[in-house]
Design a protein around this ligand. Structure first.
Ligand code: ADP
Ligand code: MG
Length: 661
C-alpha cells in the first residue's frame, strides 16, 4: 500500500507528508503523537491554577475586542463557572465575537490565572464538551494540521494498511502483548489513557528489540571479520608522538594503545572513540593513520563537511611534513580534472592518506591498499560507507570518532557492536568556557560584550533555535536575529547567517568567510559545523537556550574556547534557569550528558543537531531503561536461537545488515 492509496492523501497532502519525512505507510504509522490532550470538563478549583484544563462556563456578557497591534487582538468576556465569576480572554480570535452569546454554555480550554481572576484560553469550543476526549497531538509543519494527520492515520488504520511486525510471536505470548495492529490503533486513536499506555509499552519494546537485535547481529558478524595482521615499529610511532608540540593526555594514550593493538591484530578493528569536544580526537586519528602507513597501507579520513575536511587536511600536512608520507584531499567542490588526478594517484598507491568528505567513497574511488577508514563526527546507522567498501572487497580497519558524550552504560548498549573507548579528560591547562545565563531583559549587556570582543578583533557565534511553527514558543529565527543585530550595531558589523536549508556549497563558503575573519558574527541554527575550529571565536550567544538539551548546548559552546583567550557562552532565556545552571557549573560533557538525561529524558543523547534524526521514535532511554535491558536480553536470545532465519519480517533486515557489514 502506498501513501496515495490512503483516503485524504492527494498530491498536495503527499508533499506535506514528505515535509514531515513521511514517505511510506510505515513512516506514517510510526509518526507518533508527542503528547495527548485530555479534555474532560473539569470543575475549576484553586489547585488548577496555571494547569491546562477544560471548563464549561455560562457566558455572562458579550465580548469586547481590543486590537493591540497589527495581527494581534484580544477578545474578552465575563463567564460564570459553577458560580465562580471570572473573565475569559483569548488572543487572535476576534472572529469569535458574534458567537459569544449571553446565556450560552461553551467550553474554555486553557489556563486559569487566579491573580487576575482570568481564564486565558488557547481554544474555545462553542459546542461544549460533555465527556472525556483524548486527542493525539503531532508535531506538525505549515500546510498540515493536526486534524489532517489524525484523519489520515484513521483512514490508514481502518483501510488496514499492511503493517510490518518485528516482534516474534514467542515474545508477544511471553508478555501477553496486544497485537501490533491494536497497538497502532491505540496510539493514534485511543479511547482513554490506559490504551495509550498499553500501546506505548508494546511499541517501545518492539523498537528497542529490533534495534538491539541489529546490534547483536552486527556484533556477531564483526567478531568474525578477519584481516591480515599489520606490522609497524612502535619506536617509530613513539618518535612521531614525541615530536608533537604537546604530550598526549592519559585518556588519549589509553585510547591510542587500544587502537594500535587493533591495527596489529588479525581481527578487523571496529572501534568508536567517544570524547568530549576538544578532548583531542583528531591527533589520535593522525597517529593511527601513521601506524597504518608504517604497516604499508593507505588510510582515509572522512569528515561530514568540506570545511572540516579542509581543516584536517591542513593539520595533517603540518603534522606529517617530516615523515615522508603523502597526504591529499578529495572533496566535492574540486574540478573533475583535479579529482581524476587524485584518484589516479590513489590507485597507484602514491597517496598514503586521503582526507575528504563522506562523498569520496562514492566517487568511484579505487585504493591501492586501503587499511584504515576513519570517520569523524558521524554516527553509524545510515552510513553507506561500509556497503561501498564491502563491494570493493576491502576489509579495512574502521575507526569512528564522535563528540557526543553518552553516559557509559548507554554507550555500551547502543554501540554494543563496536569496541568503545572513552576520552574522558581534556588537555591540561585548557580554559573553561565562562558560561552565563542572561534574561532577555539583560540582552543589552550581552550585545555590549559582543561589540567589545569584536573590537578586540575576535569573532562571535550566535545560535537561534530552529525555525518552527509552534506559536506557543517565542522563537527567534535567524533572520529576525540578523535584523536585530544589524539594528543594534547600525549595520556596521559584517554578519552572515547559516542554516540547514542552504546548499552545502553555500554553507562551506559562509564558513570559509568566517574562518578568514571576514565575517565577525555568524548567526546560525544548530547546524554550525561540528568540529569546526575557528580559534579566533571567543563568544557564543545562544537564544532560547531553554529550547535545547544540555548536551547540545555543550557541543555548541565547544566551538569557542579553542585557544588561550578567555571565551564566553551566553545562554539567553527566561525559562528553565535551574536546568541551564548545570552548564554554568560544569564543562564536563559526560557529566552534562548524564544530568541532561536525568532532567529531560532521552534529551539529545545522540546530538540531534548532528544527525538531524532521532534514533528512536518512541522509546526514551531515560525512562525506558528497564524495557531496554529486557529487550536486549530477549533479542540476543532470539539471535542465538536462530529462529529469525525463518521469520519473513527479518529476512529483509538481515539482507540490509549483510550489505552493510
Ligand atoms: P576534538 O576532540 O573535539 O576533535 P580536536 O582534536 O580538534 O578536538 O582538538 C582540539 C585542540 O586541542 C586542537 O587544537 C589540538 O591541537 C589540541 N590538542 C589535542 N591534544 C592535545 C594535548 N594532549 N595537549 C594539548 N593540546 C592538545
Ligand atoms: Mg573533532
Amino acid at each position: 500500500m502506498e501513501l496515495t492509496d490512503i483516503k485524504g492523501v492527494g498530491p498536495k497532502m503527499l508533499l506535506n507528508l514528505h515535509e514531515l519525512n513521511i514517505y511510506t505507510v510505515d513512516d506514517l504509522l510510526t509518526y507518533y503523537p508527542y503528547r495527548y490532550d485530555l479534555f474532560e470538563p473539569s470543575n475549576l478549583t484553586d489547585d488548577y491554577d496555571h494547569e491546562r484544563i477544560a471548563i464549561n462556563v455560562l457566558v455572562e456578557t458579550t465580548a469586547t475586542t481590543a486590537f493591540i497591534r497589527k495581527n494581534f487582538n484580544k477578545l474578552q468576556f465575563r463567564v460564570n463557572h459553577n458560580g465562580r465569576i471570572m473573565y475569559a480572554v483569548i488572543f487572535n480570535r476576534a472572529f469569535l465575537k458574534p458567537h459569544i452569546i449571553i446565556g450560552k454554555t461553551i467550553t474554555l480550554i486553557g489556563k486559569y490565572d487566579s491573580k487576575r481572576n482570568t481564564f486565558i484560553c488557547d481554544d474555545i469550543k462553542l459546542n461544549p464538551l460533555t465527556k472525556k476526549e483524548i486527542i493525539p497531538i503531532y508535531h506538525i509543519k505549515k500546510g498540515i494540521k493536526n486534524n489532517d494527520l489524525r484523519k489520515i492515520m484513521e483512514s490508514a488504520l481502518v483501510d488496514s494498511a499492511k503493517i510490518s511486525n518485528y516482534l516474534p510471536d514467542e515474545f508477544i505470548m511471553k508478555y501477553d502483548f496486544i497485537s501490533k495492529k491494536q497497538a497502532l490503533r491505540m496510539i493514534h486513536m485511543p479511547h482513554n489513557y490506559e490504551e495509550v499506555k498499553k500501546a506505548k509499552l508494546y511499541l517501545k519494546y518492539e523498537e528497542l528489540f529490533l534495534f538491539l537485535f541489529k546490534i547483536a547481529y552486527m556484533k556477531d558478524e564483526n567478531e568474525n571479520m578477519f584481516k591480515e595482521e599489520k606490522y609497524f615499529l612502535q619506536d617509530q610511532v613513539d618518535a612521531f608522538i614525541t615530536s608533537l608540540p604537546f604530550s598526549l593526555t592519559d585518556s588519549q594514550s589509553e585510547a591510542l594503545s587500544l587502537i594500535l593493538n587493533d591495527i596489529k591484530s588479525n581481527k578487523k578493528m571496529n572501534r568508536l572513540v567517544l570524547g568530549d569536544v576538544g578532548s583531542g580526537k583528531t591527533i589520535i586519528s593522525f597517529i593511527s593513520m601513521y601506524a597504518n602507513f608504517l604497516s604499508g597501507y593507505q588510510s582515509v579520513l572522512m569528515a561530514p563537511t568540506e570545511v572540516l575536511a579542509r581543516q584536517h587536511f591542513v593539520s595533517a600536512i603540518n603534522y606529517f611534513t617530516d615523515y615522508h608520507l603523502t597526504v591529499d584531499i578529495l572533496v566535492g567542490s574540486m574540478t573533475k580534472k583535479e579529482k581524476e588526478k587524485v584518484k589516479e594517484r590513489l590507485a597507484s598507491g602514491e597517496i598514503d592518506i586521503l582526507i575528504g568528505t563522506h562523498a569520496i567513497l562514492e566517487e568511484n574511488v579505487l585504493f591501492y591498499r586501503l587499511g584504515l577508514v576513519i570517520t569523524d563526527e558521524q554516527h553509524r546507522f545510515g552510513v553507506k560507507q561500509r556497503e561501498i567498501l564491502k563491494s570493493k572487497g576491502e576489509v579495512p580497519d574502521a575507526l569512528y570518532m564522535s563528540a557526543t558524550p553518552i553516559p557509559r552504560t548507554y554507550a555500551l548498549t547502543l554501540y554494543g557492536d563496536l569496541d568503545v573507548s572513552f576520552v574522558r579528560h581534556k588537555p591540561r591547562g585548557r580554559k573553561e568556557i565562562i558560561t552565563k545565563i542572561k534574561k532577555y531583559s539583560e540582552l543589552k549587556d550581552v550585545l555590549m560584550h559582543v561589540l567589545e570582543e569584536i573590537k578586540n578583533s575576535h569573532q562571535v557565534y550566535v545560535v537561534a533555535s530552529m525555525i518552527d511553527d509552534n506559536e506557543e514558543l517565542d522563537l527567534k529565527s535567524v533572520e529576525t536575529l540578523k535584523e536585530k543585530f544589524n539594528l543594534a550595531y547600525q549595520g556596521k558589523i559584517p554578519i552572515e547567517i547559516l542554516h540547514g536549508k542552504l546548499k552545502q556549497k553555500e554553507k562551506d563558503a559562509i564558513m570559509q568567510r568566517f574562518k578568514n575573519n571576514e565575517t565577525k558574527i555568524l548567526i546560525s541554527t544548530t547546524v554550525i559545523e561540528v568540529g569546526v575550529d575557528v580559534k579566533n571565536a571567543t563568544v557564543m550567544v545562544i537564544f532560547d537556550a531553554d529550547h535545547f538539551g544540555l548536551a547540545t548546548i555543550h557541543q555548541l559552546r565547544g566551538r569557542v574556547g579553542r585557544n588561550n583567550l578567555d571565551s564566553y557562552c551566553y545562554l539567553i532565556s527566561d525559562k528553565e534557569i535551574e536546568r541551564l545552571k548545570v552548564l554554568e557549573e560544569s564543562n564536563d560533557g559526560f557529566y552534562i550528558a548524564e544530568k541532561d538525561l536525568e532532567l529531560r529524558g532521552e534529551g539529545d543523547l545522540f546530538g540531534t543537531m548532528q544527525s538531524g534524526v532521532k534514533t528512536f521514535k518512541i522509546a526514551d532511554l531515560k525512562t525506558d531503561l528497564k524495557i531496554m535491558m529486557q529487550a536486549k536480553q530477549d533479542s540476543e536470545e532470539y539471535l542465538k536461537s536462530g529462529a529469525y532465519k525463518n521469520n519473513m519480517n527479518y529476512t529483509k533486515i538481515i539482507r540490509d545488515l549483510e550489505r552493510l557489514n
